[in-house]
Design a protein around this ligand. Sequence first.
Ligand code: ADP
Ligand code: 5GP
Length: 200
Amino acid sequence: MIYVISGPSGCGKSTLIRRVLAGLGGARFSVSHTTRERRKSEVEGKDYYFVSQDRFLRLVEKHSFVEWAVVHGAYYGTSRQELAKGGNRDVILDIDVQGAAQVRKKIRTAVFIFVLPPSFRELRKRIEGRGLDRAADIRRRLATARKEVRSYSSFDYIVVNDDLETAAAELESILRCRRARLAVRKKSIGPILKSFRSKG
Ligand code: ADP
Ligand code: 5GP
């Protein structure tokens, strides 16, 4: 199953995804390509594939991306190759609302989750507190946030990230719940059903 997680910059998407991946087996993070500068804390190939604009645009020409967009002045995209790595595991995409709209058109079965901070004021506090972005970049991210939240109604689930533990538990429960759906469980319950058909 593919899970698309969107929400304004600084609302806590990466933090929530890290928590869920740590507590839940059988899921992985889809590593995006970006032309944004690498932050000191970020690791190539783990957080992002950091590429030049030329390289990114060559990949666009080769139709290497399932979706891509310009977000806060940089290019970001999910490669087909990255998505195909999943095997049977759930895949979590942390992408913006433009990318989510592209995935919605292409992958009907994907699940869309929008993360909201408890307020705009708290969002500002979190972005500033994170201490990773320059002042001009923070202003741009906050301005974009005002537009992004208008897209909330095209998502399947809304997670309000007020208390981190509660929000992470809610996000995890969405994944767990989807795993119990008939179409998904059917793939793994064969041996149980078979045991009911045999004697003993
Ligand atoms: P995003 O990935 O959406 O840009 P981050 O995960 O980087 O956001 O979170 C932005 C900042 O907010 C980080 O410093 C993070 O530790 C903090 N944060 C995340 N969730 C919460 C929360 N529920 N309460 C308080 N701070 C939070
Ligand atoms: P950041 O620069 O803070 O890591 O991410 C900025 C924004 O880009 C976030 O909204 C994040 O969800 C989005 N983003 C990250 N990867 C992708 C991607 O592959 N495609 C799209 N469309 N957006 C992405």
